[in-house]
Design a protein around this ligand. Structure first.
Ligand code: ZN
Length: 258
């Protein structure tokens, strides 16, 4: 899209969003939407702290520059927008046509100039907000399919976006930290990782011992890993171990999150 048509599209969305107060429907997933909106602001803040040149430097994700991440987070909002459109219209629109299409889009996006990347993130985020705001009580419960092929209610898009914006803000590698996350979000991320392992039938024997909290026993218990909850979540989500202690010396191997 050219800059002019991009700006025109954004103006049309702003009009749809409206100047007056319009609210999410009562059946909307309020807690997850709150996290997603705060996380979007958090990601935007970290993004805006980067110079144009820094955008093309490595991120924390192997093989990806920060530009890859920004493109991915923008295209993820568009993909989730498609799921909301599916719920709203009943016309099946998948997140991505194929894994190859998704990856090619990110690769191409990573070569965009800085201004276009900022525009992509901002425009895609506003569009998703508008879709969420317009879903009715009944539409929030309609089934859509994730990129992994799972059937989920449309309300799941708010949690899917929450994970993306918060964790990838840390992946930008310019000072974002799990220690900035809301405590209730950290708890839900732990549950999300455990759900992912369970879905894939990955048996894990492990005891998580967050400082000042009840331990979480998985499977047979096995070795204990101690540390602050944000550091445990960092490790569980595959972002490396910092300030953690394992009862067996080395930290145990754990399955991937995604
Ligand atoms: Zn992602």
């Amino acid at each position: 899209m050219s800059v002019t048509s991009e700006e025109a599209a954004r103006a049309a969305l702003r009009e749809r969003l409206g100047a007056g107060a319009r609210y999410d429907s009562p059946n909307a997933p309020a807690r997850e939407l709150g996290w997603a909106r705060r996380g979007t602001a958090y990601f935007a803040r970290k993004l805006n702290e980067l110079t144009d040149a820094e955008l093309y430097e490595p991120s924390l994700l192997p093989g990806w520059t920060r530009a890859h991440l920004v493109a991915h987070v923008g295209y993820n909002a568009r993909a989730l927008t498609r799921l909301c459109e599916w719920a709203r219209t009943g016309v099946e629109t998948p997140m991505y046509a194929s894994p190859e299409q998704r990856n090619a889009e990110i690769e191409r996006g990573a070569t965009l100039p800085a201004r276009a990347l900022h525009n992509l993130f901002a425009h895609a985020e506003v569009h998703l907000s508008v879709e969420w705001r317009d879903l009715t009580d009944e539409q929030w419960d309609r089934q859509v399919r994730t990129a992994q092929g799972r059937l989920v209610p449309a309300r799941e898009t708010a949690w899917m976006r929450t994970r993306e914006v918060w964790v990838h803000a840390v992946d930008l590698d310019n000072g974002g930290s799990f220690h900035d996350f809301p405590p209730d979000l950290l708890d839900e991320l732990v549950r999300d990782v455990l759900r992912a392992w369970e879905r894939r039938g990955e048996g894990v024997d492990l005891t998580l011992a967050p400082a000042g909290r009840e331990p979480i026993v998985l499977g047979e218990g096995g070795p204990t890993v101690l540390g602050a909850l944000p550091d445990l979540v960092r490790w569980l989500t595959g972002r490396g171990a910092r300030r953690l202690t394992g009862s067996a010396g080395e930290l145990p191997q754990i399955p991937r999150w995604f």
